[in-house]
Structures are given as C-alpha cells and as structure tokens.
Design a protein around this ligand. Structure first.
Ligand SMILES: Cc1cc2nc3c(=O)[nH]c(=O)nc-3n(C[C@H](O)[C@H](O)[C@H](O)COP(=O)(O)OP(=O)(O)OC[C@H]3O[C@@H](n4cnc5c(N)ncnc54)[C@H](O)[C@@H]3O)c2cc1C
Length: 480
C-alpha cells in the first residue's frame, strides 16, 4: 500500500467498483479501489452470461432501465479504445406460446419507452431464416440489434487498469471487516489489521454490500445470493445459434439462454436458485439438467455431450426491484452501490458516470485530471498478421517464445499481463488475461514456465507464486 489517506475509497473491484474508479480517475481526487481477493472481477462479474443487454427488459423509470441503456451505449462507444472484447451480435426473445407473443410485444413497447434503438418484432419465417436451429414451434421473436456479447472479466479489468494508470491505487487482499470514525474520515480496517482512511466510502461489495453497510450502521437492505449455473459447449457447436437467444423473462430473471460467447463457443444457462452461502459456486447435476431442459425448448439440438466446462455465478440481489445507488441515510460518508443484479454488467460504465454525478451534486468539487488517458491496447499474438508478428518480435524478443502451445500464448504476452495496470498476480490471473493454460493440456506443459515468469516479473521467490492468492502456493521449492 503506497498511501493510507484518500478522498474516495471504493470497496469492491467488480464491474461497478472498477467503472466508478475509472470515472473518478478523470479527476484529481485521491482514490483507492479496494478488493478482498488477489485480483479484480472475482465476484458476480467473473461468472455470468456476459451479455451487453439492449435495455428492453427493466421497468421504465427505474435506474436499471436508465443505466442499462446508457451502459449499452458506452460499451459500444468505448470497447475498441479500451480493448474490451465485444461483439454486437444482437439478441432474440423468442415466442413459443400465445402468452409469449403477448410478452414479446410488451417488451418491445417497454424497450421503446426506455429509449432502446434497433428493436423489431420478427415473424416466424424471419426468425427461422436467421436462426434455423430454433424450435419449429417458434412463432416469432423480438430482435434487439444493440445487444452483444463481451468478456465479462475485461469489462472490469479494463476500467480498473485505466483507473490505475491514471492515479487510482488498486489495493488487493484487503478484506474490509471493520470501520471506525475519525472526524470527517472513515477508517476501514482489514481482516489482517491494516487501515485505510477516506472522506467518502463507496460500497460496491456485490453480494457482501449489506455487510459493509452494516459496519456504518446502515441496515436498510439485505443481500440475497441467487446462484446461476452454466455450461460452455465446444466451439465445434459455435454455429448452433448466431445471436443471443432468450425466452421471455420468468419470475427469477431473464430465463435460460443459448448464445454464442465472445470467443465463439456456445453458452447455455443460467438457472436461478437462492442459496444461503454467498460464496457457494458449486454446479449440480440438477442445475445442469434444468439448464439443458430449458435450452432445448429454444434449440432442440443443444446437447450435454458437447459440454467442455460448467460453472456458476452468484447474483447479488438487493430485494428492492432496482439498483440501490446513493448516499446512505445512516452515514453521509457512505455511498452505496448495491443490488447490482442483471443488467449490472451492461450498466457498469453508466454506474460509474452516475455515481460521480451524484457525488458532485452533493457538493464535492471535482477538478479535472489533465493527464487522463483511457486508451488501452492488449497484444493478442495469435490474432496478428505475419508482418505484425515479425515487427513485434523485433521490438521485443519475448514475443518470439511461445509458452502455451495449446493457445499460442507468448512469453511477451504473459509478462505484459503481469506488468500492465491491474495486472495478474497469480497463475489464474494470467490464465484469465491471456488464456495460458486454458487449452487441452490445461497448463500441464506451460504451467511451470508461467510460474517462472510470474516469479521473475513480480520479483518474488518461486515458493510465493500462487494459483489464486492467499495460501494457494504452487510449490514449496525456490526454483523448479
Ligand atoms: C448468473 C448471472 C448472470 C448474469 N448475466 C448478466 C448479463 O448477461 N448481463 C449483465 O449485464 N449482467 C449480468 N449479470 C449481473 C452482473 O454480473 C452483476 O450485475 C455485476 O457483475 C455485479 O457487479 P458488482 O461489481 O456489483 O459485484 P461483484 O462483481 O460481485 O463485485 C464485488 C466485489 O467486491 C469484493 N468484496 C466483497 N466484499 C468485500 C470486502 N469486505 N472487502 C473488500 N472487497 C470485497 C468482491 O470480492 C468482489 O470482487 C449476471 C449475474 C449472474 C450471477
């Protein structure tokens, strides 16, 4: 930790906290982004459908509706400059029954009210022409042209990196468990006794936001953890559907979807199950069955045989029917950003804007950071042309050494993933950023080399290299 005194302390480096830190880094205020884990995006932001929603779903007039539509605009405007993987493939909400036909018409009207552009009701023939693998029972669909798929990890990592590059301090492994008051400052205490003082604390702690609020005497909301299970299918099934295929929303959310991912695989899910343990990310045979039974109503040929991996994510449900964003009534030094359930991933960039606007309205005078720069470029070696590869190897020979053969990841990319803002600090962090270890051998060959690179770049002994932080050491040895 470089400093312990800040104007703003943002708790939680998920999509909400990262975009708030990004927005604050446009100004000269002193800000830190605090995260209990060893990396950014380790909560709900890591595991979800990764859809950038168009905005026809939230109830008009809610913050969810406003920030969904604005967030969608911002993602489309910023993704190239900030190098966030995003493909605007469009979404369908399909109608399979009379009732569904009424529902998609309602969603269409709602979308118009929310200001969503590019909505259209498609006939059965139009729907099947665009998506021939849909159920023959389909009667039509609501098409939303502005929806797309993204990398949910990069939706948080990119703004956290830009924020850090522009002066925000990212403080990892700081699990806020206590708070004391010192005049107009609030002193946050971590589970290992470290402290950070700030004038305003922004609570973006996801499913744990109610616990943070309680430290300030704010008991106005209680978070519910709702688990959603998914499966990813092999990329040989990548042409099963070309758009995001939803059914009409159900009581507990947007229902089960079948979609392409940003990498060209197919994703099936999520289920919706309230759970007591806020960190229980198990997948279950029942959950997988529910997901596939639901998915087959849309796409009958989708099959469990093609599953390459399964995972689950935890929705942070605030119970108020809308995002909970604003100064706390219990303590004006606390600003809550809670209940960021779906479409929270989409809304992230707009949440950042909105939070800064509300803090400015409350009297904080923001001075511009004259050096703010949000450009970001990540080299993905295997996507380069031969000329570009040669040029980059000439500039830095580390790009000429392939470390992960399954995914063609070079030493240059791994070193860069560690050294850039909000960089990787452990094996899983490298894997999430550059895919080293994600291929068929699952790191069997490249794992030891990645460990060496982490130790070298972080200047730590090999025995301190971890899989995901904490006590997850890879080896007791000083060298391999
Ligand atoms: C199954 C599922 C599907 C979804 N699909 C979509 C979708 O397709 N599109 C969409 O727009 N949205 C979707 N969402 C919603 C979206 O994922 C969330 O709205 C969003 O990720 C919430 O972000 P957050 O930053 O509020 O919370 P989180 O990402 O959970 O971040 C909170 C952070 O706070 C940290 N933290 C917690 N407690 C402490 C503490 N005491 N001290 C320090 N740090 C702490 C956590 O480690 C975590 O990193 C989905 C969610 C789920 C679970």
């Amino acid at each position: 930790m470089k400093s312990t005194q800040f104007d703003f302390a943002v708790i939680g480096a998920g999509v909400a906290g990262s975009w708030i830190a990004y927005e604050l880094s446009k100004y000269a205020a002193k800000t830190c982004l605090i995260e209990k884990e060893n990396d950014v995006a380790m909560g709900a932001t890591k595991a979800n459908s990764a859809i950038i929603h168009a905005g026809y779903d939230p109830v008009p007039g809610t913050l969810m509706a406003k920030l969904n539509v604005r967030g969608n605009e911002l993602v489309r405007a910023l993704h190239k400059k900030m190098d966030i993987p995003f493909r605007q493939i469009g979404s369908f909400v399909i109608a399979l029954t009379d009732e569904d036909e009424i529902k998609i018409r309602e969603l269409y009207e709602r979308g118009l009210e929310n200001g969503v552009e590019g909505l259209k009701i498609l006939s059965k023939e139009e729907t099947l022409a665009l998506e021939p693998n849909l159920s023959p029972e389909v009667r039509g669909a609501l098409f939303a042209a502005t929806a797309g798929v993204c990398s949910s990890f990069e939706m948080s990592c990119a703004p956290a990196e830009v924020a850090e590059n522009n002066g925000v301090e990212l403080i990892r492994n700081f699990n806020v468990t206590g708070m004391t008051r010192e005049g107009d400052r609030r002193v946050l205490v971590s589970s290992d006794g470290r402290t950070i003082a700030a004038r305003t604390v922004i609570n973006a702690a996801g499913v744990h936001a109610d616990e943070i609020a309680a430290l300030f005497g704010d008991y106005s909301f209680k978070m519910i953890a709702r688990r959603g299970e998914y499966s990813i299918l092999d990329n040989s099934c990548g042409n099963l559907v070309h758009h995001i295929i939803f059914q009409p929303p159900v009581k507990y959310g947007k229902g089960i979807l079948v979609s392409q991912t940003v990498d060209g695989n197919i994703i099936v899910g999520p289920t919706a199950e309230n759970i007591d343990d806020k960190e229980d990310k198990a997948t279950t045979p029942e959950g997988q069955k529910t997901a596939f039974d639901g998915a087959r109503r849309s796409v009958p040929s989708v099959s469990e045989r093609d599953v390459i991996t399964s995972f689950s994510g935890i929705r942070p449900i605030g119970g108020k029917g809308d995002f909970i964003i604003g100064f706390s009534d219990a303590d004006k030094a606390l600003f809550n950003v809670a209940g960021i359930e779906s479409p929270g991933l989409t809304a992230g960039p707009a949440i950042g804007e909105y939070v800064v606007e509300k803090i400015a309205e409350n009297g904080f005078v923001f001075e511009k950071n004259p050096d703010f720069d949000n450009s970001r470029k990540v080299i993905r070696f295997k996507d380069l042309s031969d000329d570009e590869k040669n040029r980059i190897i000439a500039e830095n020979p580390l790009y000429g050494r392939v470390i992960c053969r399954c995914e063609t990841v070079t030493e240059g990319e791994i070193a860069d993933s560690i050294n850039r803002g909000a960089g990787a600090r452990d094996m899983d962090g490298v894997k999430r950023r550059v895919r080293a270890g994600m291929g068929r051998c699952q790191g069997g060959f490249c794992g030891p080399r990645v460990m060496e690179i982490l130790a070298r770049e972080l200047k730590i002994p090999m025995s301190e290299v971890t899989k995901f932080g904490g006590g997850s050491r890879m080896t007791e040895k000083e060298e391999i």
